[in-house]
Design a protein around this ligand. Structure first.
Ligand code: OXD
Length: 307
């Protein structure tokens, strides 16, 4: 079996796969083209198009991340090769930390204290009960449901939304367009963890942002395409929204002259909320390879749906 790996720090992944699968040939995408071209499997994160185009006998592609949007847009992606993606694999916990940090940032008025510090203003802000601070989570896949449960365990009432109905213990779940409006009208903090698909492009447009209560905040560790950035800037500028913590953007890296960089109510982080953790992911990759080889039925990506 030949596996070609493409991800930052691919040498570590290569070593871990070689150790777990001593009979396999594991190469990184840095290997010479004639050695990599007849791979059985690609294990990739943001692979260059040529790595996909040069393959002649692929049996499967393992996406080394949760979102498959980049892979599905890569020119030359073969249409007849099954794709699987990492499911949680430690990313849920990282995302939950990011989301909780964002919720606490606004809940405990850290945005206001950082403003007050500029004028040496000593003024404690009111702390409301957590029960008065409902948090919305858009996207209830493996990672979104982990995040929703973690926020609920941290003491916040959590309202979750997905396109089709879901049930998560302790989380009030909504679905469909009406469910989305109902959720938006009630939450103080909104966390977006939906995948980038045709159906989720600008799901938070001007109209939906206006449905959030006055003074709400947005935390986006999901995908930049979920939010209409112009509409977000307007909602922040008008004072309707109190602030935003953003990890993902329509264009990445966020261009140096983009107004979000300088916005006083926005914190920008460089798509770092949940880097794929090697140790948790490797077992899942190995399980996928065994399943492919033994012809087991796998839950594969539906390119039409985008996840
Ligand atoms: C992912 C990501 O999709 O880190 O895994 O963006």
């Amino acid at each position: 079996m030949k596996i070609v790996v493409h991800i930052d720090e691919a040498a570590q992944w290569q070593a871990a796969l070689e150790e777990a699968l001593p009979q396999a040939t594991v190469l990184t995408s840095e290997a010479p083209a004639d050695e990599r071209k007849d791979a059985d499997y690609l294990a990739v994160w943001k692979a260059p198009a040529h790595l996909l185009q040069e393959q002649t006998q692929l049996k499967g592609i393992i996406n080394l991340g949760a979102g498959v949007d980049y892979l599905l847009k890569t020119p030359g992606l073969p249409s007849d090769v099954p794709i699987v993606k990492l499911r949680d694999a430690g990313m849920g916990e990282l995302m939950a930390d990011y989301a909780l940090y964002g919720v606490l940032h606004f809940y405990r008025s850290m945005d206001r204290y950082s403003e007050q510090q500029k004028s040496a203003t000593w003024e404690p802000q009111e702390v409301v009960e957590k029960s008065q601070w409902p948090v919305g989570v858009l996207g209830l896949g493996a990672i979104g449901s982990f995040v929703a449960s973690a926020l609920q365990q941290a003491g916040f009432p959590v309202l979750g939304w997905s396109r089709s109905p879901k049930q998560i213990s302790g989380v009030h779940c909504f679905h469909g367009d009406d469910g989305l409006s109902e959720l938006l009208g009630q939450v103080q903090s909104l966390v977006t963890i939906l995948p980038d698909t045709n159906a989720t492009q600008h799901i938070l447009n001007a109209e939906r942002l206006a449905q959030l209560p006055q003074g709400a905040n947005v935390i986006n560790p999901g995908r930049g395409s979920l939010i209409d950035e112009q509409a977000l800037l307007e909602a922040l500028g008008s004072g309707h929204l109190r602030g935003a913590l953003l990890d993902v953007f329509q264009e990445e890296p966020l261009p140096a002259d983009h107004p979000l960089w300088q916005h006083p109510k926005v914190i920008v982080t460089p798509h770092m909320a949940a880097p794929t953790p090697l140790n948790d992911a490797i077992d899942q990759v190995i399980a996928y390879l065994h399943a492919f080889e033994s012809g087991e039925k796998l839950s594969t990506i539906n390119p039409e749906a985008g996840y």
